[in-house]
Design a protein around this ligand. Structure first.
Ligand code: FAD
Length: 580
């Protein structure tokens, strides 16, 4: 048998187009004219058929790659009588046309009939969004969740309960600050039981809502722990002790993440992760937070507002390394009162659990021995993939243990998709939701891709910090010339009226194009305002677009327009810029 190379044929005007589907893998038998790959330009999608019949020896391109005429697609062993390769013809379809994806792995139709079109593992933001979108597209959907409620980490032990507590903390501290504005309240007392039940009520309202939404969409929710039996079936250890095998046509893995446990920490109920801290076991007199990321800073805010003396240890040389330094510095100054010791560039070396206290030895900045009643370890999260036995399904992982996916959230097994925290950083609910929609649509045959330019992040601390896109430092490190517009809230009428004159809005623009490439805000409601900067980046807005957009007065959102005016040198709300 001879090996024939198949290349991308003449495509008229099309050059540098994206590979959006690969329908072959080594060992597949292909027939003459069978579609090998699908390309997509901005005008049309293009099926590239096989010019001969034979067996695929190797596949030389992957989804997401961009190709032009002549690019090598695959090597094929021509079948006996498969004939000479004929010149490949291409078939165009309108770009928007939905086209079912042909699986690259054995279809369940070849064996047992599938029990559902789309099986989703995990009922968190990634999973329920994928399940609901697939159901809305007419698919028969089963959602497997091992916990009693839907909502995953985010609704049950993450975003939502932490925000319920942070809201209470912010109101309490704001009330205390009102003394400076002439209104004095009695010193507040905290009823922990009531606070816990307020938090639980918020969670229940949302998780119950998900249950109803699943029912309305006829999504079958199966409670149990899922393990892959093979590439087309899952075994579920049901919560009542029974088991069930589910054969699927397509599966979406949305199993989320779990906290990293630092190996040197003793097993002691006074050492908790974020889930334990959100239970509010008690208000400690002295608390240590290990980790200066979003979760560490948020929980430090809650506990210090409730009355704990909090120390924080971060091993990097700064807090929130993905955020502009000046923005973090503004936050740090404003939070100086919150920490007895805020140690960056420091490490916890050992913790000894004694009867009445936890004795902690640290090295680096502020090295020493300190004593605490409660320790929160918030040193990162890792993908929750062990139980799934994804190797049995041909799914692969990157070096950090996250599931490898392409732009359609498809794993190496063409029938299996993965979304949310299992696919890597940033581990955020809104990213999981978007990926869930893409996976559901791709599993249904739509040409959807995860092509968002940016994913915003928010620390819902007091004040909030929100950021998106590139920092000034990161852009410069890449060798980009940048223009920066900073608007201090000391010049914002609303900032001053709200007692938030310390806030700052910063925008980063590419100097050549004037297009916005990043932004960060520190101040109350920063998280509610960052969406405008995200939209500006997605739309390719420049400083004039943002500055000339009329923002309502007096609002904190105005500071975004004014920061753009600063970058353009046309801001009249700050002193005149001295001409050089
Ligand atoms: P998850 O929400 O983790 O859901 C995964 C689900 O899969 C779980 O319910 C789990 O029980 C289930 N599961 C796992 N394995 C199996 C199995 N084998 N069989 C059956 N079921 C299984 N993000 C934000 O965007 N904003 C925030 O403000 C925010 N705050 C946070 C605060 C805290 C304290 C924490 C811990 C996280 C926070 N996050 C926040 C992150 C956010 O919670 C996650 O990014 C998000 O929940 C990820 O969604 P997911 O669908 O990937 O996974």
């Amino acid at each position: 048998m001879s090996i024939t190379e198949i290349r991308v044929p003449e495509m008229g005007d099309f050059k540098d187009v994206a590979v959006i589907e690969v329908h072959i893998k080594p060992g597949d038998d292909v027939a003459l004219d069978q579609t090998l790959i699908v390309l997509e330009s901005d005008k049309a999608s293009i099926d590239v058929p096989s010019p001969l019949s034979g067996r695929i020896a190797s596949v030389e391109l992957a989804i997401g790659q961009r190709v032009s005429k002549g690019a090598l697609i695959a090597a094929v062993e021509a079948a006996a009588g498969g004939g000479e390769a004929k010149p490949a013809a291409i078939h165009e379809a309108p770009a928007a046309a939905a086209k079912p994806i042909v699986a690259g792995t054995p279809s369940p139709a070849a064996g047992a009939a599938p029990d559902c079109d789309v099986l989703v593992i995990g009922g968190g933001p990634g999973g329920y969004s994928a399940a609901f979108r697939a159901a809305d597209l007419g698919q028969r959907v089963i959602l497997v969740e091992r916990d009693a409620t839907l909502g995953g980490v985010c609704l049950n032990v993450g975003c939502i309960p932490s925000k319920a507590l942070l809201h209470v903390a912010a109101v309490k501290e704001e009330a205390e600050r009102l003394g400076d504005h002439g209104v004095v309240f009695d010193t507040p007392t905290v009823d922990l039981d009531k606070l816990r039940s307020f938090k639980a009520g918020v969670v229940t309202k949302l998780t119950d809502g998900l249950k109803v939404m699943a029912r309305l969409r006829k999504v079958e929710v199966v409670r149990g722990t899922a393990t892959f039996a093979n590439a087309n079936a899952l075994d579920i250890a049901l919560y009542d002790g029974a088991s069930r095998r589910i054969v699927f046509a397509k599966a979406i893995v949305a199993a989320g993440s779990m906290p990293v446990r630092l190996p040197f920490l003793p097993d002691d109920p006074r050492i908790v992760d974020s889930t334990g801290a959100l239970e509010l076991p008690f208000i400690p007199e002295r608390m240590l937070v290990i980790g200066g990321g979003i979760i560490g800073l948020e929980m430090a805010t809650v506990y210090s507002a409730l009355g704990a003396c909090v120390d924080l240890v971060e091993q990097l040389d700064r807090l929130l390394p993905d955020v502009d330094r000046d923005v973090v510095e503004t936050w740090r100054k404003r939070n100086a009162h919150r920490f007895d010791a805020l140690l960056v560039g420091a490490r916890v070396d050992s913790v000894v659990a004694e009867k009445d206290e936890l004795v902690v030895t640290t090295s680096g900045e502020g090295a020493g021995v300190r004593r605490y009643d409660l320790i929160l370890q918030a040193a990162g999260r890792r993908p929750a993939v062990e139980a799934l036995q994804l190797n049995a399904a041909g799914v692969t992982f990157d070096a950090k243990g996250f599931i490898e996916v392409d732009a359609q959230m498809r794993t190496r097994n063409q029938n299996i998709f993965a979304v949310g925290d299992v696919t890597g950083n940033p581990m955020l609910a809104h990213k999981a939701v978007h990926q869930g929609h893409v996976a559901a649509e791709a599993a249904t045959g739509l040409k959807s891709f995860m092509d968002a330019k940016v994913v915003p992040s928010v620390a819902y601390t007091d004040p909030e910090i929100a950021w998106v896109g590139m920092t000034e430092d990161a852009a410069k490190a890449e060798g980009r010339a940048v223009e920066v517009g900073k608007f201090p809230w000391a010049a914002s009428g609303r900032g001053i009226a709200n007692g938030a004159d310390y806030g700052l809005t910063k925008l980063v623009f590419d100097k050549e194009t004037h297009r916005i490439i990043g932004g960060a805000i520190v101040g109350p409601a920063a998280g509610d305002m960052i969406g405008e900067i995200c939209l500006a980046i997605e739309m390719g807005a420049d400083a004039v677009d943002i500055g000339k957009t009329i923002h309502p007065h007096p609002t904190l959102g105005e500071t975004i327009g004014m920061a753009a005016e600063v970058a353009e040198g046309v801001c009249t709300d700050l002193p005149p810029v001295r001409k050089k």
